[in-house]
Design a binder for this molecule. Structure first.
Ligand SMILES: [Zn+2]
Length: 280
């Protein structure tokens, strides 16, 4: 298993806590094997045998004793919350945080770029009650969960949608979720910017001076670094052209880019014609 990634941006430390990298069907990322193969810099770091490589990971921004976890282990809810294996996943993820020197009980905030599934914001704790109703409680026991106000205002999933929608409804009803706004400073040197485009509430996070950041967490504007070369993605975004423009507005000055689902090392720079990963 690849090691974690860690870098320093000003007074902040950014750590990628890795659970596992995996190969998946590229259709889940809105790409085809043909599109992947057409990217000149594509190689085994990004795909293999027609499948695309993704990472199950959590980026953490730290300063002194404050640790902000971003979009932990998202987009695999049906795997990580499968009752048969959920406890094993939770223990392994907790161990990965221990190994990174950030035990889960020292995490102060979980912040989400947008609401799309649950990730490891919370986990199921069976009550054993006769009515069989499970409780969902925060995975990081001392952290507040924060979504942005735009995501909360537009959260209106159908009743027959994904089961995680109901978990969110319960977490909101139990008053376990706070909000941040566009422009909010989540740590000194970490700033949220509203983008929309991917979905109505999507935000990115800048590290360093927000007028010229040293690094940007691009959320789902690029599910894979390959999206930096594959053009507007109809399958991934409400507004594909605007998502593409936003992505390159962040990428084209050569700053460090971080992605939630990017395979190890999970960060790199756009060099104008190829993506160059940071030293993992
Ligand atoms: Zn998304």
């Amino acid at each position: 298993m690849a090691a974690m990634t860690r870098m320093t941006i000003g007074d902040l430390t950014l750590t990628r806590v890795l659970y596992t990298d995996a190969l998946i069907d590229p259709a889940a990322t809105g790409l085809t094997a043909t599109e992947i193969d057409a990217v000149p810099w594509n190689d085994e770091r990004w795909s293999a045998d027609g499948q695309i490589r993704v990472g199950a990971a959590a980026w953490v921004a730290s300063q002194d004793d404050r640790h902000v976890v971003i979009d932990p282990f998202g987009n695999a809810d049906d795997i990580f919350h499968d009752p048969s294996f959920a406890l094993d996943h939770q223990r392994a993820m907790s161990s990965a945080f221990d190994a990174a020197g950030i035990p889960i009980d020292r995490v102060t905030t979980v912040v989400l770029s947008h609401i799309e599934g649950l990730g490891m914001s919370a986990f199921r704790r069976p009550t054993g009650d006769a009515d069989g109703r499970d409780r969902w409680i925060p995975f990081f026991p001392n952290a507040t969960i924060e979504v942005n106000d735009a995501s909360l205002a537009t959260f209106d999933p159908p009743n027959d949608g994904h089961w995680s929608d109901d978990v969110w409804r319960g977490l909101f009803a139990d008053d376990l979720v706070g909000t941040y706004s566009a422009g909010a400073s989540l740590l000194p040197g970490m700033t949220a910017e509203f983008t929309g485009a991917h979905n109505p509430g999507h935000h990115v996070f800048h590290f360093g001076d927000p007028s010229g950041p040293d690094a940007t967490y691009v959320g789902h504007l690029a599910v894979s670094p390959l999206h930096l070369s594959t053009g507007a993605c109809e399958q991934q975004h409400l507004e594909p052209d605007r998502a593409w423009q936003l992505l390159h507005s962040f990428a084209d000055d050569g700053r460090i880019l971080l992605g939630p689902l990017w395979p190890s090392p999970g960060a790199g720079r756009w060099a104008g014609n190829e993506f160059v990963p940071v030293d993992g």
